[in-house]
Design a binder for this molecule. Structure first.
Ligand code: NAD
Ligand code: UFG
Length: 339
């Protein structure tokens, strides 16, 4: 059974590709390497000992998508390809809507033409905006405060409309990720941000190696136990495993529309992350308290009960593993895939 993995060279895409290949699926990857490196694909092949077709193309390139569906019998699509930097989305919103929204619409059009009905889409906890309650169930109110979040919310609604238009055909799952961190336990693949990282874990990891001077803690006056932001960090291996569970579930249900949170259900503060990283790496992690980052919420963590019950998905890795594996990847690849 062949799965098309869009954005398969990226952080979550590579980890999912490894697990798909290890589970016996065939995969085809499409990626334009906007935010990734060909070496990541080589490493996926090395870890699994398996070959697979890689198409270097833009998700908006309809003829490239057509060619993939003509050449391969694609049974399902896991759609990771997209732009994901919240700050940048305020500067270049059209690029975000082009890739994230129009790219997904074009992909669904090609799928429909080729009678491929099964789609797993990468959504985000960002669609909960400032959450009205924690832990956050899937039924919570959704909203967006920036173009990135709006692009995810728009796609969620577009996919819901699409499924409603042909309820006996379309088989779609939205996965709302909380905060993926960590790396493959081998240290061969991991998160490799371009430039200075926006996200906490890659930033802390680069402070630990001495590449960056100190962590800026964005606010210590939130209404949280230590005043710093609380998030639901989830190991990328567990997150990836959730995609395989979602695929199996779609195969068993035939057609439908489903939404699942992928998180651990546990909130961890910025200072807890820094302390744990210091303990595990044995490196000093200097930090300073900086002003709040605009758009950040105080607390965000999942109610993952639905994915546990319906998909039979449970997380295997704790915070210690997440940080150990992040550090292992960072030490082995101080300059990411360019190391
Ligand atoms: P990533 O940037 O590492 O991976 C995305 C991949 O898509 C990259 O390899 C990139 O080159 C590719 N890509 C970008 N634009 C493309 C285009 N026009 N055509 C083809 N390929 C293109 O990001 P990730 O962390 O692996 O995220 C994967 C998905 O999950 C994204 O849709 C992201 O919005 C979503 N998501 C990520 C997080 C997170 O914190 N990492 C959280 C919630 C949701
Ligand atoms: N933080 C710092 N210093 C930094 C970076 C982050 O203190 O240098 C803090 C933030 O204020 C926040 C926490 O660390 O309290 C986590 O921040 P991240 O940037 O790592 O993650 P976010 O929760 O802001 O956002 C991430 C993704 C979004 C996604 C969201 C939910 O970047 O795309 O998780 O899935 F929508």
């Amino acid at each position: 059974m062949t799965i098309l993995v869009t954005g398969g060279a990226g952080y979550i895409g590579t980890h999912t590709a490894v697990q798909l290949l290890e589970a016996g699926y065939d995969i085809v990857v499409i990626d334009n390497f906007h935010n990734s490196h060909i070496e990541a694909i080589e490493r996926v092949k090395r870890i699994t000992g398996k070959e697979f077709p890689l198409i270097k193309a833009d998700i908006n390139d309809q003829s490239a998508l057509e060619a993939i569906f003509q050449q391969h019998k694609i049974k399902a699509v896991i759609h990771f390809a997209g732009l994901k930097a919240v700050g940048e989305s305020n500067q270049i919103p059209l690029a975000y809507y082009r890739t994230n929204v129009a790219g997904t619409v074009g992909l669904c059009e090609v799928m429909e033409r080729h009678n491929c009905n099964t789609l797993v889409f990468s959504s985000s906890a960002t669609v909960y905006g400032n959450p009205e309650q924690v832990p956050i169930p899937e039924s919570s109110k959704t909203s967006a405060t920036n173009p990135y979040g709006r692009s995810k919310l728009m796609v969620e609604e577009i996919l819901a409309d699409t499924q409603r238009s042909r309820p006996d055909f379309w088989n779609i799952t939205l996965l709302r990720y909380f905060n993926p961190i960590g790396a493959h336990p081998s240290g061969q693949i991991g998160e490799d941000p371009n430039d200075i990282p926006n996200n906490l874990l890659p930033y802390v990891a680069q402070v630990a190696t001495g590449k960056l001077r100190q962590v800026n803690v964005f606010g210590n006056d939130y209404n949280t136990p230590d005043g710093t932001g609380v998030r639901d960090y989830i190991h990328v291996m567990d997150l990836s495993a959730g995609h395989l569970k979602a695929l199996e579930h779609l195969q068993n249900t035939g057609s439908g529309f489903h939404i699942f949170n992928l998180g651990t259900g546990r909130g961890v503060s910025v200072l807890e992350i820094i302390e744990k990283f210091r303990e595990i790496s044995g490196q000093p992690i200097p930090y300073k308290i900086a002003p709040r980052r605009p758009g950040d919420v105080a607390t965000c963590y999942a109610d993952p009960t639905k994915a546990q019950k319906v998909l039979g998905w449970n997380t295997q890795y704790g915070l210690e593993d997440m940080i150990k594996h992040t550090w292992n990847w960072q030490k082995q690849n101080p300059n990411g895939y360019r190391s």
